[in-house]
Design a protein around this ligand. Structure first.
Ligand code: ADP
Ligand code: PHD
Length: 434
């Protein structure tokens, strides 16, 4: 293990010159903070726009044959103002011209979106007087967006000297040289890649909240901070909906055991959350609650279902052929239920017709929209009465439970409720957890 600390700063930490100064003061506090991974400038206030979103709008305008100037001029103004205030990247105007020209003449959506992080990286390298590392050259992604193992030695090689390094997050390139981004929020993955590559002693993930909170602070008032959480738990919370840490960012560090510390750029003294390989579950069975709205429950019934061994597989194939991927499944003696993210189900009737025509079920229907909530903790199966306390909390709030998955994952209790009761349900579950 080297002595290096890898620090990833999210969009809110890169939003303007004042935030970038805070980043510099955090980096200057510890000489081991030598690798800095940056996101594109994010929102400066609730109603502001993220540079990444503006770049996607530029790409959309270009592909619709429209001018990109209305969006690109906003980007240009913001970036040039930061460069001016911090006296960095003297040739930024011509770099922006080049990017505008490429997007206007048909560059890919991934190329367009990646330029926010690229520009952030150039500016931060200037602020920190650090070496700029271009992820296009050292982060190799497969065509379907996974990290190629060839990445780690290339990143390590690029950062082997003394001094500081800045590497933009969110993108790399495929083996045929095309820029490729991760999914939204993916700079967290880039930070994890760098941490593994340099065998960091710690991966610090700096954002705008003082760690991972027990629940989404936009829904629950002042949820407590989670002090310690395991890799498994954070992955589960993120997969169910906690957007503070990308669900795929655990994979690169988990096998090498680099601890992750989620911290607040606006409150750097706060210790934040430690994400570790294991924790003492006797202290706390449950760490947090998260959730997602808008699932459809596909319900299929057939009498004596067990007599039709290929039924489930055929049904899954029919769904897959229509690009529908169920996230959760439960089985009764004569029925199957699949929870499917609403975004996948564009044409309900076509899917139902195909199932009727091919499988002759007694009943097939989409039930009304559900929200899915997850109570997460390594100790959730260990103590009598845990599930009961959460169901009681929902009962007290007069919220009907429509779907349960308990024991399918050893670290979460998943509960489906009517989509319009999502926020109330989340609050009730958090109250039961604290
Ligand atoms: N459980 C949670 N704990 C902390 N923040 C959460 C949680 N769930 C959702 N969030 C939201 O995630 C935001 C931070 O994530 P993100 O916007 O991606 O930050 P960054 O731009 O720094 O990467 C917080 O401001 C908060 O609104
Ligand atoms: N800028 C990208 C990638 C990213 O990770 O951003 P952030 O760290 O601000 O969530 C996005 O908006 O998706």
């Amino acid at each position: 293990m080297q002595n290096m600390i890898v620090c990833k700063f999210g969009g809110t930490s890169m939003a303007d010159a004042a935030q970038m100064r805070k980043v510099k003061s955090i980096i200057d506090l510890d000489r081991d903070r030598r690798v800095v991974v940056v996101s594109a400038p994010g929102k400066r206030s609730k109603d502001d726009e993220k540079i990444t979103d503006l770049l996607y709008s530029c790409h959309k305008a270009a592909s619709d044959g429209k001018a990109i100037a209305p969006y690109f001029s906003v980007i240009r103004e913001r970036i040039l103002a930061i460069c001016k205030e911090l006296s960095v990247v003297s040739d930024m105007a011509s770099r922006l011209d080049e990017i505008e020209e490429k997007i206007s003449s048909g560059a890919s959506a991934d190329y367009a979106a990646s330029r926010g992080e690229y520009l952030s990286g150039l500016m931060m390298a200037g602020v920190l007087d650090a070496t700029f590392v271009d992820p296009e050259e050292v982060v190799r992604l497969t065509a379907d967006g996974r990290v190629d193992d060839a990445t780690y030695p290339m990143v390590a090689e690029a950062m082997k000297g003394p001094g500081r390094y800045v590497i933009p997050g969110f993108f790399g390139s495929t083996s045929d040289g095309k820029v490729k981004t991760f999914s939204r929020g993916g700079s967290d993955i880039s930070g994890a890649i760098a941490a593994r590559a340099v065998d960091a002693k710690r991966y610090e993930n700096w954002t705008d909240v003082s760690g991972i909170l027990m629940a989404d602070p936009r829904i629950v008032d002042t949820p407590p901070t989670i002090t310690e959480i395991t890799y498994r738990e954070v992955r589960e919370l993120a997969s169910i909906g906690a957007s503070v840490f990308h669900e795929e960012a655990i994979a690169p560090v988990r096998s090498v055991g680099v601890p992750i510390n989620v911290r607040n750029t606006n409150d750097p003294q706060a210790p934040g959350t430690m994400i570790l390989p294991s924790r003492d579950t006797a202290k706390r069975a449950v760490v947090g609650v998260s959730g997602k709205k808008s699932y459809r429950n596909l319900y299929v019934e057939k009498l004596m279902l067990d007599r039709y061994p290929g039924f489930r597989q055929e049904l899954l194939t029919l769904l897959q052929e229509r690009g529908i991927v169920p996230e959760f499944e439960s089985k009764g003696f004569d029925s199957l239920s699949f929870l499917i993210p609403e975004a996948y189900v564009e044409n309900d009737n076509a899917v139902l017709e195909a199932i009727r025509a091919n499988l002759d079920p007694d009943e097939v229907a989409f039930r009304p929209s559900l929200a899915l909530l997850g109570v997460v903790g390594e100790g959730i199966l260990e103590k009598a009465g845990i599930a009961a306390s959460y169901f009681l909390a929902l009962q007290k709030a007069n919220i009907n439970v429509r779907f349960i998955n308990y024991g399918g994952s050893e670290i979460s209790l998943l509960i489906g409720v009517d989509a319009d009761r999502y926020r109330e349900a989340l609050r009730a579950l958090v109250e039961a957890a604290v």
